[in-house]
Design a protein around this ligand. Structure first.
Ligand SMILES: [Zn+2]
Ligand SMILES: [Zn+2]
Ligand SMILES: [Zn+2]
Ligand SMILES: [Zn+2]
Ligand SMILES: [Zn+2]
Ligand SMILES: [Zn+2]
Length: 932
């Protein structure tokens, strides 16, 4: 649901009226839509119905006792008789006029959870349902066209300058535990679509109560970490929203930007045969629908008056208006492209008529069916719904600066220019120069918002008639907007990755020139990250930016495909100093589907521009976006490998950041997670409320942590090239470094994972495989101590009889085991993660390792030190932070890696297993309603 408030109450005066007032006027037209209908606010067509099964009220969420309810024939809204007085819910046919800032949705396949469609208010079923990946709007696939572009506006809209940030209300799909912020009674339900919630601050209220909430949204509990939309600037023209939000397109995602006949056609199977006395006709809403074979099936009783047929047709397209103003014209055969069986089942006389004898293209005068025409429609015929031409007509023109609107009369002589000056006069800006404003036509389709500036001479009445002829749905989703002409040029920033690392600025410039044929007067290289093989381009022309963006994605350099991302600009002067935005990285491939769910939840809870899918562009995309933010924190959702990846990239690019040491928190996904355990983020994610996770991050304390560099100087790699496969020469270590049996187990496990990646979706399954791989090793025996010499802080250390040697930075190893042990001994200091020392521990074999894992024993303490030298005489398996390989003979040196890093440690004691985790639906009423 859109914001149903008067767009800007202060601006509302006698000449400019609020959308609600406009709606009431529509309802108070002298002739009600039909004689059954009860005039109702919100544009609903309510009818008194007898209830045959238990029903809940969509307005107050209570049970409807008794047999009488009021049902909207357009959107299926249902309420008590007593609730008619307080009803504030807005009908689906009216929502386009209430959008504050039109922003399209990014539809993807919905989950399996029970949700309600925002268009028809009925429950969605898994396979045919869609949900927006930014705001979690739920719709049926065939309802998507009729939803409007009311997604969250996560960046500053170029036209709207406002000081107050308004709530963005969205109706329905609240948790059943939700309470009304106004009357404190329960306002959520899992049985019907009821209640409303602000998409930013998360407060929930009854639809009848929300007008009592102060207009300004304070962004709620998460304000301190939320990147405010007003601070984000993103210039775009034809970039799809998926690209602007860096959302990876799933294969099943619909790539067309508009009508998709197969998805859009009516899902209601023709009940023709089943219901006696009923017949089904096909209705198109304009020439575009006829061309595409897109129609809605409208079921009517045979004896229906034509006015009621027109009314039913309007309802099926979710169109407001008086049936008197519309008419139906016969168009003959509509070729339905995707489902011939419906045509056949539904076959009527029109189907046997060759299309060329009829239809809009061959000048056969169409048979008209208006409210006064008594010719009943024949079954199977296709009809075209048209608005009867009027002259003059009244259109609403919205003001770009505050979203008030003026109603302007348009006659056949009206041009964009005359409309513009009339609107400025009505909006009290008559002293201003008309030429510094433009009239814009905005098509607010749910999948793409199209803005077009009208030239001053454009004839408005013709324009209106043209849009209506194409599609009445499109007309309902189109608005006219007055905007002040913008100063300042276009700036689009792209981050191009996948280039060769370690080149100079000139070499990168030449590479971009050569590979992407960039026009040098439009494109400049603003930043380059040679360690990452990435450059940032600043482009002062939309079409050049779009061209480079797409071309880069199709280009490979040295067999590596390039990546390209659109980077938003963060306006620092609008970022309040008390806000410390959270930069979130999620690895959607970690922890099965949990990573993906967290990605959606964080996009919804925070600003999607601060949430990065790490599989799309890596950590650099986020760090580059935040490069000038004076203070921020980082949250990494993934396994130890993902955390190591972020720490590594941060280390490499920190000298280019204003905030060089952002503290880092972790949501552990996948197996292992030793670092997350040490920092008290737990062993893994088990469905906690994502809003609670963010609050824990806000309350977390900062701690320092050592990091280590391992130099691997292999001799004679050529000796046995088969086993080695290019071992790394320098690696960063955060957790531990293991040699011998410990690494061998992770190597086996790693290979199994590479072979069958699909099998490793559950954390617990992963673990079982790990143990099994270990058992197979029991029979093997080896003496690692004979193949190694160890020097700690320049002292030779004799090794006992061991099969594995491990260097620990943190007191957790192999999924939470305490290898060093808690015992106090006089020779060693108590281990800390920030003491600049590594603990050196040995294990005698797999049995010993198993005992350590189960807490029966600890490892053999060998030494503590800050500078380690190892000499290896045979190829041995090694692992760093769980990432294994075979290391050829040679020298290994471990030393501190630059400054310590700042990490976030959860300051709460580990919460008791919340019942919340069962289905992820429970939450406290005051929480932000993640996942709903
Ligand atoms: Zn009620
Ligand atoms: Zn309705
Ligand atoms: Zn629906
Ligand atoms: Zn959305
Ligand atoms: Zn709010
Ligand atoms: Zn209430």
């Amino acid at each position: 649901m859109a914001d149903c408030r008067p767009a800007d109450p202060e601006a509302t005066d006698s000449r400019t009226s609020s959308p609600l007032a406009g709606k009431k006027r529509a309802q108070q037209s002298p002739v009600p839509r039909s004689k059954y209908q009860i005039p109702a606010p919100g544009g609903h067509c309510l009818r008194k119905v007898t209830l045959t099964k238990p029903t809940f009220c969509h307005s107050c969420s209570d049970f409807i006792w008794g047999l009488v309810g009021f049902l909207c024939e357009v959107c299926n809204f249902m309420c008590h008789e007593k609730c008619l007085k307080t009803m504030r819910s807005v009908c689906s046919c009216m929502t386009p006029s209430l959008v504050r800032v039109p922003v399209s949705h990014c539809f993807g396949p919905a989950g399996q959870k029970k949700r309600f469609c925002c268009v028809c208010r009925k429950q969605t079923e898994g396979s045919t349902a869609l949900r927006c990946e930014v705001c979690e709007l739920h719709v049926h696939a065939d309802c998507a066209l009729f939803s409007c572009a009311d997604c969250r506006s996560s960046q500053a809209d170029g036209t709207l300058q406002q000081d107050t940030f308004h709530h963005h209300w969205r109706e329905g799909n609240l948790s059943s535990a939700a309470r009304c912020d106004v009357c404190r009674r329960s306002c959520g339900s899992s049985d019907v679509m009821t209640g409303t919630r602000c998409e930013w601050c998360g407060i929930t209220t009854h639809v009848a109560c929300y007008l009592s909430v102060p207009a300004e949204c304070t962004l709620g509990r998460l304000r301190c970490m939320l990147l405010p939309p007003a601070c984000v600037r993103l210039d775009s023209r034809n970039f799809r929203k998926l690209h602007l939000h860096r959302i990876t397109e799933s294969p099943e995602q619909d790539t067309s930007d508009d009508l998709d006949p197969s998805a859009a056609a009516s899902k209601e199977a023709p009940p023709a045969a089943a219901e006696t006395g009923k017949q089904v006709i096909k209705v198109c809403d304009g020439d575009d629908a006829v061309k595409r074979g897109f129609f809605r099936l409208v079921s009517i009783s045979r004896a229906t008056r034509n006015e009621e047929v027109v009314e039913a047709a309007l309802r099926s397209f979710f169109l407001p208006g008086d049936p008197q103003d519309f008419e139906l014209q016969e168009v003959g055969t509509v070729q339905r492209l995707h489902s011939d069986d419906i045509l056949n089942r539904n076959g009527g006389p029109a189907n046997q008529t060759p299309p060329k004898e009829r239809g809009p293209d061959n000048r056969t005068p169409p048979r008209e069916m208006g409210p006064d025409n008594r010719t009943p429609p024949r079954e199977g015929d296709a009809w075209l719904l048209r608005l009867r031409p009027r002259d003059p007509e009244v259109i609403k023109v919205f003001a770009g600066w505050n979203r008030s609107f003026a109603s302007v009369s348009v006659s056949k002589d009206s041009t964009a220019e005359t409309v513009l000056s009339e609107v400025l006069r009505l909006l009290d800006r008559k002293d201003e120069d008309v030429s510094s404003f433009s009239l814009m036509e905005v098509y607010m389709s749910s999948k793409q918002v199209q803005r077009q500036t009208l030239s001053p001479q454009e004839n408005i009445l013709e324009k209106l008639q043209e849009i209506r002829k194409v599609s009445l749905r499109q007309m309902n989703q189109t608005r006219f907007l007055v905007v002040a002409n913008r100063k300042g040029g276009v700036q689009v920033s792209l981050l191009i990755g996948g280039l060769d690392p370690l080149l100079s600025r000139e070499e990168y410039e030449a590479l971009i020139q050569e590979q992407l044929t960039a026009k040098s007067h439009l494109v400049s290289l603003s930043h380059f990250y040679s360690s990452q093989g990435a450059v940032a381009l600043q482009i002062s022309c939309f079409s050049e930016a779009e061209r480079i963006y797409l071309l880069a994605r199709d280009t490979s350099v040295n067999n590596k495909s390039l990546t390209s991302l659109v980077i938003p600009e963060i306006l620092l002067n609008r970022l309040s100093p008390d806000i410390c935005p959270l930069l979130v990285f999620v690895n959607p491939r970690s922890g099965g589907l949990k990573g993906r769910d967290l990605l959606y939840s964080f996009r919804k809870l925070l600003n999607p521009h601060q949430v990065f899918d790490i599989s799309n562009g890596g950590p650099l995309a986020g760090l580059h976006t935040f490069r000038e933010v004076p203070r921020f924190r980082v949250l990494v959702c993934g396994g130890d490998g993902t955390t190591g990846w972020v720490l590594g990239v941060l280390e490499a690019v920190r000298h280019k950041l204003v905030c060089r040491e952002p503290p880092i928190g972790i949501v552990p996904l996948g197996t292992g997670n030793d670092l997350a355990r040490v920092l008290r983020w737990g062993p893994g994610y088990s469905g906690e409320d994502p809003a609670h996770i963010l609050i824990s991050v806000d309350e977390a304390e900062e701690v320092q942590m050592d990091r280590w560099t391992i130099l691997l100087d292999a001799q004679d790699v050529s000796e046995d090239a088969n086993g080695f496969l290019d071992p790394p020469k320098i690696v960063q270590m955060n957790n531990y470094f293991g040699l011998g049996i410990d690494a061998e187990l992770s190597l086996d496990f790693h290979q199994a994972r590479e072979d069958e990646p699909d099998k490793f979706t559950s954390r617990f399954h992963n673990k079982r495989v790990y143990v099994k791989a270990g058992l197979q090793k029991i029979s093997c025996s080896r003496s690692l101590h004979k193949e190694l010499t160890l020097q700690v802080d320049a002292q030779d250390i004799p090794l006992p009889n061991i099969e594995g040697l491990i260097f620990l930075n943190i007191p957790s190893w192999g999924s939470g085991a305490d290898l060093w042990g808690s015992e106090v001994d006089s020779r060693h200091r108590k281990p800390r993660i920030d003491d600049g020392l590594l603990e050196v521990v040995g294990v005698t074999g797999v049995v010993h390792m198993g005992q350590v894992q189960s807490g029966l024993r600890s490892g053999i303490r060998i030494a503590q030190g800050y500078y380690i030298r190892l000499t290896v005489s045979k190829p041995i398996p090694v692992q760093v932070d769980g990432e294994p390989w075979i290391q050829p003979p040679g020298h290994i040196i471990i030393s501190a890696a630059g400054p310590k890093v700042r990490m976030l440690r959860n300051s709460k004691q580990k919460q008791k297993k919340s019942s919340a985790s069962k289905d992820g639906r429970s939450e406290s009423p005051s929480s932000r309603g993640a996942g709903h």
